[in-house]
Design a protein around this ligand. Structure first.
Ligand SMILES: [Zn+2]
Length: 441
């Protein structure tokens, strides 16, 4: 049995219940025991939350842990520790590993590693196609039975429409969401960034907006035919988002996520921070950073609730993967530790509603993947349910630098920036898993 914890004097925000006020939160035996204006400690260890915001632990629908197969970029141990530092208590692990989880055997092996090494809860996402090859379906029934929370070939789209329709039929029968990297690879092939003003100026090959929009349109049409739960991973375009809004208005089971990178940055980030640093490979990500108008539409979609979740697409890379020509550099941003700070920055600027953003980090993703079936109470502070809690100080600032990031991946275009919003403590399963000078015996 873990010791009781009393989180005292913070502003408690739980969008699932509409709670937003100063409360004490008592946690015992892995569950939330009580939330009230003032609770006597009665032997509980005190966590001073004055000046902090207290929320359900964040849930990430889209994390690349890299293990097995790419341990030089990240491991289950290193990247779940990074998740913890970012305030996340549950992450869904994307399957672009080697081997990829495309059968019961590979998922079981992955679960064993997770049980040994993970610092937060990890829910595996299984492959849609065997070996993520896009040619034949993986053993989807086996993947569901082995405990996969969703299906995806992320990194790759399922390019073949007939195969995708078949996959959605199976996913519907299994009641598993299918998270799709929406891209028409014939349109985006060879593109290193968004096609437009900046790519022309830099002389880089671009990925057109139509590559994402066409894929979203196709997948919504297939979702409508099959009744499956379609989740659009990392949406980036205003036009794509309007298709999702339309599908939702028609009552379809479509959900979507946005990354903190696409909310915070535009294609201009490829220019780099200083006048001499054109071609910042750390701003190379797939799908690419888009225009200011797209970014504004994504913020609006989040504020209005069309976007269900903020998901990181945390993609750690080794230094050499980015220390090369822009064309040759790997896609991806290491951002699970900066996600909260970018959200807080946007809230302070008045671009993002903070409570909506917290909903998109907690109950939003839980509903999208039905995570509460696996972790009762996930994404909430419901009494009697899972004691996963995050405390952060929205006013505290910190410097993003290689040595302030726990992730093996230091690949972020935010290096050198000072950002507001610092995670002070994280509680997983009722245990204080991370803390920064807030704990009193
Ligand atoms: Zn993707």
């Amino acid at each position: 049995m873990s010791e009781a914890l009393l989180v005292r004097g913070g502003r408690v925000i739980d969008p699932s219940s509409g709670m937003d006020d100063q409360f004490d939160v008592l946690l015992r035996n892995g569950a939330v025991e009580a939330i009230a204006p003032s609770i006597e400690p009665a032997g509980a260890r005190l966590i001073d939350a004055r000046g902090c915001i207290v929320t359900p632990g964040f849930v990430d629908l889209h994390t690349h842990l890299r293990e097995p197969g790419f341990e030089h970029k990240g491991t289950i141990a290193s990247e779940t520790r990074a998740a913890l530092r970012g305030g996340f208590t549950t992450v869904c692990a994307m399957p672009n590993t080697e081997p990829p989880p495309d059968s019961a055997t590979t998922v079981e092996a992955l679960m064993e590693r997770i049980a040994q090494d993970a610092a937060v809860r990890v829910l595996p996402i299984g492959c849609v196609t065997r070996g993520r090859s896009g040619r034949a379906l993986a053993e989807l029934g086996e993947l569901a039975a082995a405990g996969c929370i969703a299906l995806s070939d992320d990194g790759n789209p399922v390019a073949d429409g007939r195969l995708m329709r078949n996959a959605l039929h199976h996913a519907a029968a299994l009641d598993l969401p299918l998270s799709e990297h929406c891209d028409d690879p014939a349109l985006s092939a060879g593109g290193a960034m968004n096609e437009g003003r900046v790519s022309e100026r830099l002389g880089l090959p671009g990925q057109p907006v139509a590559a994402e929009v066409a894929a979203i349109a196709r997948n919504i049409a297939l979702c409508e035919e099959t009744g499956a739960r379609l989740h659009i991973a990392h949406i980036t375009t205003a036009r794509g988002l309007s298709l999702v809004a339309d599908a939702k208005a028609r009552g379809m089971r479509v959900t979507c996520e946005v990354t903190p990178s696409h909310l915070f940055l535009t294609e201009d980030a490829v220019f780099g921070n200083g006048p001499a640093s054109f071609y910042d490979t750390n701003a190379k990500v797939n799908p690419p950073l888009r225009t200011a108008a797209d970014r504004a539409a994504l913020l609006q979609g989040l504020n209005e609730g069309t976007i269900d979740a903020i998901a990181t697409d945390h993609a750690p890379h080794a230094v050499q993967d980015k220390l090369c020509e822009f064309d040759q550099a790997a896609f991806g941003i290491s951002c699970i530790e900066t996600a909260l700070s970018t959200v807080v920055s946007l809230a302070l600027r008045g671009e993002l509603d903070l409570v909506r953003a917290i909903a998109a980090l907690t109950i939003g993703p839980v509903r999208a993947f039905s995570i509460d079936r696996r972790i009762p109470g996930a994404g909430t502070l419901a009494v009697g349910r899972a004691a996963d809690v995050t405390l952060f100080d929205p006013a505290a600032r910190w410097q993003v630098a290689p040595d302030t990031l726990v992730s093996k991946g230091k690949n972020t275009p935010l290096l050198g920036r000072e950002l507001p919003g610092r995670v002070r403590a994280v509680i997983v399963r009722g245990e204080l898993a991370y803390s920064e000078e807030t704990v009193h015996a």
